[in-house]
Design a protein around this ligand. Structure first.
Ligand SMILES: [Fe+2]
Ligand SMILES: [Fe+2]
Length: 263
């Protein structure tokens, strides 16, 4: 199967199983030797229960102090599952939007998709263990809103890896701690695993930021210059700033200092 066909399949799947499907013969069997014209799709296909909800239907993210209430815990896990779904769709989207990107970039995106599918499965299973179903609550289009502005692979890594995923380096341990506080070790462990993978995902962004900006340019300034109007550096961090996680991801000191002083 062609990478582009697989990406389309993921992007437009109208079942959850379709979003989680691996390519026939596995990821290594995909071919990327036929590239198509670039296309930046404006929205994903979705199962009915996961169609993007209007603003007035949405539920508020619970305060983590309330994670001991199973209904609130499910609400949080549901929001996290939606982030994983949007991440994997936007990765498939990027394969269709940037056919001329280097082969290593596209191969890297496929590895990220496999990880995001695994993350989504963790949450879907955990929500089911708690007696609910992914799709029971309305979902927002948080990541999708910025898609039209992502006109280059550099802008894509700045939004996806270096803002949404970078923020998770602070958010994942924070929420893990709150699940542990109420003895929900299973949910906490999901966040621990995702944190470790996220270091690699931010690392993918750090690598391509450096490639695209060149060795001399200031990495943080290049990042800021390539953010769309929906985003700002402050969205790429949490309240507790984990500089060590960013160093592990391969971000340089200039970038980390720039992030640390963004509020
Ligand atoms: Fe993820
Ligand atoms: Fe990720």
């Amino acid at each position: 199967m062609l990478v582009a066909d697989f990406a389309e399949r993921i992007l437009f799947a109208d079942t959850l199983a379709g979003k989680l499907a691996t390519p026939p013969g596995g990821f290594d069997a995909l071919r990327d030797d036929e590239r198509r014209d670039p296309i930046r799709h404006s929205e994903p296909g979705r199962p009915t229960e996961l169609e993007i909800a209007s603003r007035d239907e949405r539920v508020k993210f619970p305060h983590p102090q309330n994670f001991g209430d199973p209904e609130m815990a499910v609400r949080a896990l549901h929001a996290f599952a939606n982030h994983e779904l949007m991440a994997l769709e936007l990765m498939a989207w990027a394969l269709l939007a940037y056919p001329d990107a280097p082969g290593a970039f596209r191969a890297g995106l496929l590895r990220l998709i496999a990880d995001e599918q695994r993350h989504l499965r963790y949450y879907v299973d955990r929500i089911a263990q708690m007696g609910a179903r992914f799709g029971d609550l309305p979902v927002n289009d948080h990541f999708w809103r910025c898609a039209p502005a992502l006109t280059t692979p550099l802008k894509w890594v700045c939004a996806m890896n270096l803002t949404f995923e970078q923020a998770n380096l602070d958010h994942a341990p924070y929420f893990a701690e709150h699940f542990r506080r109420v003895d929900d070790e299973k949910s906490a462990q999901i966040l621990d695993k995702i944190f470790e993978d996220e270091i690699h995902h931010v690392g993918f962004g750090a690598h391509w930021l450096r490639k695209y900006c060149g060795p001399e340019k200031n990495s943080f300034e290049t990042y800021v210059a390539n953010l769309s109007f929906h985003n700002e550096p402050a969205r790429g961090r949490g309240v507790d700033f984990d500089a060590e996680a960013r160093r592990r991801a391969g971000l340089d000191d200039t970038f980390i200092e720039g992030m640390a002083s963004s509020q």
